[in-house]
Design a binder for this molecule. Structure first.
Ligand SMILES: Cc1ncc(COP(=O)(O)O)c(C=O)c1O
Length: 415
């Protein structure tokens, strides 16, 4: 007999990333030669966790109050303002004059996704997820009694708009509402990054689906936005497109302080909500504030104040932007090293542009994972693919890995 409530009896952590990440970390502790390409954190070329010096400096400048006092549940206005300025950049005035906006602080992007699923999915509603995905989305859905379905991501090397449209219509027909997750740019796990034109088409499709006033929530998971190799202008130009969305659409941008500021363990993030409807934004604020209070009470004050300081005070901001640029360059060099070696050994990757991960289609991911571990290489096996976190390994390791992966894959693929 189980004491667990019915819904909790089949809770099984299906996201193997943290578990396999811990195993890899343990292995590396024993043997520094181990390649740990598992967890989504950025490491430098010496194999140390990458930290922003500007963030460290700002941390030393926080007062005891800023660090240790309770914050309010939705987070303070300085934090909200800092994020709006950072995320909208030169579109700040335009977006805020055309749209209603509200922010709720959350523990990381995870908190933003969790709150969104809690408040916009009825039991048995279906959330629309990408075919390749950060597996935790499925757990957020289950936790909130919701189901999920997926849209195909690729049509050749391009975004599969046809599949997205079809799935939007299916979900709309069966539930009379749509909650869609788009993780872009630097999609986890593929590194795919949608072009401006692809975003225009997605916005048009959402508008077509909501011409009749169908409620639609677009959860824009922008965890890796600041590692887009095209830079701030391109990513913010895409965000400005949300202004074109119909009145029955609510866009929630999930901001991750873990990724943008490399503050993984500090648990700081936000839901940034945009809509043309004042009522939608008012109810967003009150329902999500309620959920935050019920789940975690407040986000870390230290985290929020640190983010606000770095993103608003020129003393830190200028250096932070420079450091971010050099972190992106480091990722580009690693990706190039990996993809060039992959080409040499004819190892195919899913369409990649930039970011923390490269993904390889693979018919026996578990077996290949096990064999690679025997060779002191740790990657993440997912459904039909292998995810390699290039953010966590050196350029030299990026150069070496494709040949190792290919030779292990050959053992199984040729069978
Ligand atoms: C695609 C994606 N979204 C959101 C997150 C959430 O990260 P955090 O909660 O640390 O901000 C992650 C973390 O790995 C991620 O990969």
């Amino acid at each position: 007999m189980s004491l667990l409530a019915k819904h909790s009896q089949i809770k099984e952590d299906r996201s193997n990333i943290i578990t396999l990440g811990v195993l890899a970390k343990e292995a590396k502790k024993k043997n520094p030669k181990v390649v740990n390409a598992t967890i989504g954190m950025l490491y430098d070329e010496e194999g140390k966790l990458f930290t922003f010096k500007s963030v460290d400096r700002a941390l030393l400048d926080l007062t005891p109050d800023e660090k240790y006092a309770y914050s309010s549940t939705p987070g303070n206005t300085e934090y909200h303002e800092a994020l709006k300025r950072w995320v909208f950049r030169e579109h700040y005035d335009e977006i805020l004059s055309n749209m209603k906006c509200s922010v709720i602080a959350t523990p990381g992007g995870s908190g933003a996704i969790s709150n969104t699923f809690s408040n916009y999915l009825n039991p048995d509603d279906i959330v629309l997820l990408p075919e390749y995905m950060w597996g935790n989305y499925k757990q957020f859905a289950y936790e909130n009694f919701a189901k999920y379905t997926t849209y195909s991501m690729f049509d050749g090397e391009k975004f599969n708009l046809k599949s997205l449209k079809q799935k939007i219509n299916e979900v709309k027909q069966s539930r009379n509402r749509v909650v869609l997750v788009i993780n872009d740019p630097c999609h986890n796990p593929t590194g795919y990054t949608m072009s401006y034109e692809e975003w225009v088409e997605v916005i048009d499709s959402i508008n077509q689906a909501t011409e009749d006033g169908t409620p639609f929530v677009l959860l824009y998971d922008m965890a890796y936005i600041d590692y887009d190799k095209r830079g701030f202008d391109a990513t913010r130009k895409n965000i400005a497109l949300f202004q074109k969305l119909n009145k029955s659409v609510l866009t929630i941008l999930a901001f991750s302080g873990s990724k943008t500021l490399a503050l993984y363990g500090l648990r700081v993030g936000a839901q940034i909500a945009l809509s043309k409807s004042e009522e939608v934004i008012k109810e967003f604020f009150s329902a999500n504030k309620f959920s935050s209070r019920a789940k975690w009470s407040t986000t870390t004050n230290l985290g929020m104040n640190l983010v606000s300081k770095v993103l608003t005070n020129p003393k830190y901001l200028k250096d932070f932007e420079k450091e971010l640029e050099s972190a992106s360059q480091m990722l580009i060099r690693r990706a190039n090293a990996f993809l060039e070696s992959a080409k040499d050994v004819d190892l195919k990757a899913l369409p990649f542009s930039c970011g923390f991960f490269i993904t390889i289609p693979c018919s026996h991911p578990e077996a290949v994972y096990q064999k690679l571990v025997e060779r002191d290489i740790h990657i993440i096996p997912l459904d039909g693919v292998l995810r390699v976190t290039i953010a966590a390994i050196t350029e030299e390791e990026c150069k070496r890995l494709p040949c190792e992966i290919k030779s292990v894959m050959n053992i199984y693929e040729l069978k």
